[in-house]
Write a protein that binds this ligand. Structure first.
Ligand code: IVH
Length: 666
């Protein structure tokens, strides 16, 4: 294709992809299959790499983010980001209305909006393009999180319509819809990572990740609620929001103009009842005066505008009886007390169980068996017990006694100083922990062996496997002896186990279940060490010299490979022929042009993300190291290259090349 044609095709693909983003993320009505979408995206990425001077940070191809670590820059807000005054009762709201009417002297037109429960963002658009996105921070200054915000598919990068002010800020709430939140937490649980308490924490935590490619994998969304700028089309808040909706921003269809306080109260009552029907959490209603002239007249107090107020919903609460308490053992040995309750309806679902978190919480609440307890759902997925109705305590009840021994294996529990949870120390003997580790090993993101949790349990309980390594020595006859298996299902399982031997090394590392080693860290370790043997032999200093590996992870890896049980698992995997060494870097080799060369990559590059560059080096036979040493062949330097690396490379006389030089090499 000549250059002119390539450029035309790029423009076409960018527009098509943005259009389909809109169908998918804004309208929830995909018009093409994921496959067709990915095909167009791959073509765009390829063509864009052919004409680097046509790079556009706002191209849909950039939505995947980059895994460059970047400290956030602090940016001053042009318009301060204030908070809202809160009310909790209709009474207080009526008083607010009276105060406002007294100042204005007439009835008011209000706008009622849902109060989205997420984290605030202010986004600057110049000439229709997303230019900067800043968190609320202290209201005066916030963090520049533009790279992260660009990855949120429902936020437009370029506005398509005319009549948009040349420069304006739009503010909204970054949220994590409930479904995406639950999925994310389920996956985190599978990987043994900590769980987010609620969608709000998860959204705020994600926005502050210093790796936008991770952000791009989380299903964030954004609901917009205000516009700021000199040339907004209208002098009323409602009309401007509706205009923003027509420019491509996600503005809720539930925003309503209300004439007077009674209509406002009607809106609040309706949403108090219907809030659970929304796909995301709200924690109240925001009431704003519609006219900008009136807003100016009302002005601000020190902290918040007088022209708006929020009505906060009561956390939904129910009371029911505590029947018993179970103590659950997790894969890592952590003990969680769980209350069994008399079923009760709460926020649209029947609640039978609630977390009691830990021993301290039980002691603090002084919950006793037979007590009537209050249960709340405050955005969290698992309801919690927030108190006891002492008036209804049965006579003769006694404080709950926390267990001293593991409910599964009987080992004496321990609790580290400063930790809230008790742990079962019997890492290699406690059946629940052992089964949990096998379940993790076979899970989809690990070795992806087609085996249900119940099957792992069955194989373990029948003594066919003691650890993940034993899976590879299962015989068909062994399986057929179990009731669950027939000829076909036994063959399928064995075939799936056999297939898993060819999984890339990174999956094996992840599957081993080393504490704090999630999928991303496993990939990094695989790339850096290339084999389990090298990884197991690496000392602390070597481990922490790898990007993203801190002391906590390094110590955990070292400890893992010191334990006989784990060494034995790895030995079994090795005998079975599971891939424990990456012959070639992950991904097919495209050439051997860089064979024998070691590269260090540093800085930000115009055309490649850091990961793409590393992949390209490895696919062409080169090796990538994280620090400059005498063994380094080249340093590929981008903008803002680390000064220490530069100095060391200069001192050792190692050639420093640009991205362009590198492209020429391959
Ligand atoms: S208007 C002067 N509208 O609530 C502040 N805020 O407590 C004007 N929020 O930080 C904010 N939904 O992040 C407004 N429909 C809505 C909102 C909303 C959620 C958040 C916002 C703000 C906090 C104020």
């Amino acid at each position: 294709m000549d250059k002119e044609k390539t450029l035309q095709r790029i423009v076409f693909l960018r527009e098509e992809l943005e259009k389909h983003n809109h169908f998918y993320y804004m309208l929830n009505q995909p018009q093409i299959s994921d496959y067709e979408y990915d095909k167009m995206m791959n073509e765009l990425i390829l063509l864009e790499s052919e004409v680097p001077d046509f790079f556009d940070i706002n191209s849909p191809s950039q939505r995947v983010g980059s895994d460059l670590n970047a400290e956030f820059r602090q940016v001053s807000h042009r318009y301060p980001m204030l908070s809202l005054g809160n009310t909790y009762s209709e009474e207080e709201l009526r008083e607010y209305d009276k105060r406002v009417k007294k100042i204005i002297g007439s009835d008011l037109e209000y706008v009622c909006e849902l109060k989205y429960d997420g984290t605030a963002i202010s986004i600057l658009y110049i000439n229709g393009e997303l230019t900067q996105a800043v968190t609320r921070g202290d209201g005066e200054k916030g963090d520049d999180v533009t790279a992260n915000v660009r990855t949120i598919r429902s936020i437009p990068l370029k506005l398509k319509t005319t009549g948009v002010p040349e420069e304006f800020e739009i503010r909204g709430e970054i949220i994590l819809p409930r479904e995406g939140f639950m999925k994310m937490n389920r996956e985190r649980e599978e990987r043994g990572e900590f769980l987010f308490a609620n969608p709000r924490n998860a959204a705020a935590g994600t926005l502050k990740l210093q790796n936008s490619s991770l952000v791009s994998k989380r299903p964030l969304d954004c609901m917009f609620y205000s516009l700021h700028g000199r040339n907004l089309p209208y002098r009323t808040h409602f009309d401007n929001l509706m205009a923003a909706g027509s420019w491509g921003f996600k503005v809720s269809e539930h925003i309503t103009r209300c004439n007077g306080i009674e209509e406002v109260l009607g809106f609040i009552r309706r949403w108090n009842e219907q809030r659970n029907s929304l796909p995301f959490d709200i924690d109240g209603i925001v009431v704003k005066t519609d006219s900008y002239d009136i807003q100016e007249e009302l002005g601000f107090t020190a902290k918040s505008p007088r022209w708006a107020i929020s009505y906060k919903f009561q956390a939904e609460q129910a009371s029911t009886r505590l029947l018993s308490v179970d103590f659950q053992v997790g894969r890592t040995g952590a003990i969680t007390p769980v209350a069994n309750l008399e079923p009760v309806l709460l926020a649209g679902t029947t609640v039978k169980r609630a977390s009691l978190h830990n021993a301290e919480q039980i002691q603090m609440l002084d919950v006793r068996l037979g007590d009537t307890v209050f249960v709340e759902k405050g955005g969290e997925i698992i309801p919690k017990i927030t108190g006891v109705d002492l008036n209804r305590r049965p006579a003769g009840s006694a404080p709950l006694i926390y267990i001293n021994n593991c409910p599964d294996c009987g080992a004496e529990l321990f609790k580290d100083e400063g930790e809230a949870k008790h742990y079962c120390p019997n890492e290699f003997g406690c059946p629940t922990q052992l089964k949990g580790r096998i379940e993790h090993f076979v899970s989809r993101k690990a070795m992806d062996i087609a085996m249900a949790e119940a099957t792992a349990d069955l194989l373990y309980t029948n003594g066919l496997i003691k650890d993940a390594g034993d899976l590879y020595f299962l015989q068909k006859e062994d399986l057929l002896r179990l009731e669950r298996f027939a000829e076909k299902s036994a063959e399928n399982l064995l075939a799936s186990i056999e297939d898993s031997k060819n999984n890339p090394l990174s999956r094996v590392i992840f599957a081993l279940g080393i504490r704090f080693v999630g999928e991303t860290v496993a990939k990094r370790l695989s790339r850096e060490f290339g084999s389990i043997e090298e990884l197991a032999a690496a000392g602390f200093d070597k481990l922490v010299s790898v990007d993203e590996i801190g002391g906590k992870i390094a110590a955990s890896i070292i400890q893992f490979f010191q334990q006989g049980f784990n060494i034995e698992v790895v030995r079994k995997l090795s005998i079975a022929g599971v891939r424990l060494k990456e012959e070639k870097p992950e991904g097919a080799m495209t050439s051997g042009k860089l064979n024998g060369l070691t590269f260090v990559v540093s800085g930000v590059f115009p055309n490649f993300s850091r990961d793409e560059l590393i992949n390209t080096i490895e696919k062409n036979g080169g090796r990538v190291a994280s620090s400059v040493s005498s063994g380094t062949s080249y340093v590929v330097a981008g903008e803002n290259m680390g000064p220490a690396k530069l100095e060391k490379a200069n001192k050792l006389g190692i050639p420093i090349i640009s991205e362009e030089d590198f492209v020429k090499m391959i």
